[in-house]
Design a protein around this ligand. Sequence first.
Ligand code: KG4
Ligand code: ZN
Length: 337
Amino acid sequence: MKILAIESSCDETAAAVVEDGRRTLSSAIYSQVAEHQKYGGVVPEIASRRHTEQIVQVVQAALDQAGCTLSEVDKIAVTAAPGLIGALLVGVNYAKGLSMASGKPLIPVHHICGHIAANYLAHPDLEPPFLCLVASGGHSHIVEVRDYTDFRIIGRTRDDAAGEAFDKAARAMGFPYPGGVYIDRAAPLGDDSKYRLPRPRVEGSEYDFSFSGLKTAVINLLHNASQKGETVDRNALAACFQRAACEVLVDHLERAAQAYGYTTIVAAGGVSANSGLRGRLGEMCARHGYALYLPPLELCGDNAAMIGAQAYYEQLVYPPAGLDLNASASKGIDTVF
Ligand code: KG4
Ligand code: ZN
């Protein structure tokens, strides 16, 4: 079954054709990052406008690269939540239009489920159940993936998401937006024990995360140094921040895996591209003899192939959406659209 998938939840306009949830026939991405960079973050209004301008060409590019026409795909999938509402609406409305014009069924997909499903495209042997660390710009979750469409969150962030913390800390250090990848590049050049940074815990919850204290510690350290006229070793600060963030992510995941009895561990989302996190996950899983699945770098960030992968499993279980489908900025991972 060929699914044409559309993703427009943030600042990437993306479309892909995916076969049977496992094979990427094409994946087209128009990134707006360069434009948002000058504002230090995504400007929602600009994002919506660029999606509107780009979506026709991006969908056509995905069909062309896959060597098929709209009439040759079986179903149409779209990210319906969560994300920037104006951005989501562009994809949802375009997908509804394509569905109505072609008569092909419409499959709504949750963005986080899509990130998890990116792993199905890269790892043919991966099947639920498994425990997944989802770390992106908007979310930090420890998710029990009990089946392809059955998710249970056992840990989540109480404040900033992991990627958000990376980006805010990077901004304070003077790196461009989005800063996660710049911290990743600087970290191996610095001493990761030079500065003392906290490992924040959440009172009363073993698996929840809190990253705002870590981000604030970086900002305070830079502020205090500048007031005293001291220079900060930016590579070392990047290394210390990355170590602290990754230690917390992997430590919580490790305890969750032990408590819930999972031996298959998966990572997903933009932050799973982080070399420190990948290394630390590898060590933890090797220590316990767990099987570890990491998405290839090109599937960590936002793309539409991951939406097409998850859509395949959604349509096996749920009926198609009607033309009354709406986008939602904040619906949870267990949403039935
Ligand atoms: O999953 P994603 O592309 O978009 C959301 O759904 O949010 O994640 C984007 C986030 C950004 O915060 C970005 O800085 C972070 O992923 N990111 C990284 C790396 N590459 C992307 N963070 C740390 N290290 C990286 N190599
Ligand atoms: Zn994402």
